[in-house]
Design a binder for this molecule. Structure first.
Ligand code: DC
Length: 225
């Protein structure tokens, strides 16, 4: 029987790094669902489409999620590996816009659920505990203050050789939070049965330790995975 850990939270809370590490520790597959929305967003930008113009084209889009030999998730769009192309700033904003469209969300739902049917997963996103995997074995809502999240994002971009301005990043994070929380379709919110973890004052290792404790049921009496 496959197990699932759902991790939701706002942009820059450390979800992807922590979810990936948690998946390694548990021996589960890590599924980054934001990458799928980013791939749809990239398609609209490249084809000069307004976000909603992608809706009638969804069926024709060939979006694939693959894993390389190191277990790292790669995204393919119509055959091309777009794993790096989806990480740029413009695509983040566009992903948030296409993600607000109910038709896009409905289209991607099965895709995400299939991964959890076929594998034990740690899946991260915005609506995993509320919509995609409401019966997940463990749900964690990861958060941190906007300022801490902006600083982390800045560091991450610098490490990738994409220096940016702190103020700009903070603004982007606040805009995306607003858009992701206030949309009508599957807005970002904490599931009632999720354990909230604020990582503002924690480093990566401390956050991971806390997550492992949540998963093993040592916090809030949840069941062991
Ligand atoms: O996690 P991320 O920053 O890569 O996600 C990009 C955008 O996709 C984010 O602004 C909101 C959207 N998203 C979503 O609506 N639902 C998900 N499960 C994952 C991402």
């Amino acid at each position: 029987m496959n197990k699932s850990v759902a991790i939701d939270g706002p942009a820059g809370a450390g979800k992807s790094t922590l979810a990936r590490r948690l998946a390694q520790r548990l021996g589960f597959l890590y599924v980054d669902t934001g990458a799928i929305y980013r791939t749809v967003g990239l398609y609209t930008l490249r084809n000069r489409l307004a976000p909603e113009e992608v809706v009638p084209m969804l069926e024709k889009l060939d979006i694939r999620m693959e894993y390389d030999s190191g277990g790292v998730q790669r995204m393919r769009l119509n055959g091309e590996d777009v794993s790096e192309a989806i990480r740029v700033h413009e695509v983040s904003q566009r992903a948030s816009q296409v993600a607000a469209l109910p038709e896009v969300r409905a289209f991607l739902l099965d895709f995400q659920r299939r991964q959890a049917r076929e594998h034990s997963v740690v899946m991260d996103g915005r609506d995993i505990g509320t919509v995609v995997l409401p019966d997940a074995d463990v749900k964690i809502f990861l958060t941190a203050s906007p300022e801490v999240r902006a600083k982390r994002r800045l560091l991450e971009l610098e490490q990738r050789g994409q220096p940016a301005q702190y103020e700009q990043i903070l603004q982007d994070i606040q805009d995306r939070d607003r858009q992701d929380r206030n949309r009508a379709a599957a807005p970002l919110r904490q599931a009632e049965d999720a354990v909230r973890l604020d990582t503002s004052g924690l480093d990566l290792e401390q956050s991971l330790t806390q997550m492992l404790e949540i998963v093993s049921g040592r916090q809030n009496g949840r069941q062991e995975v």
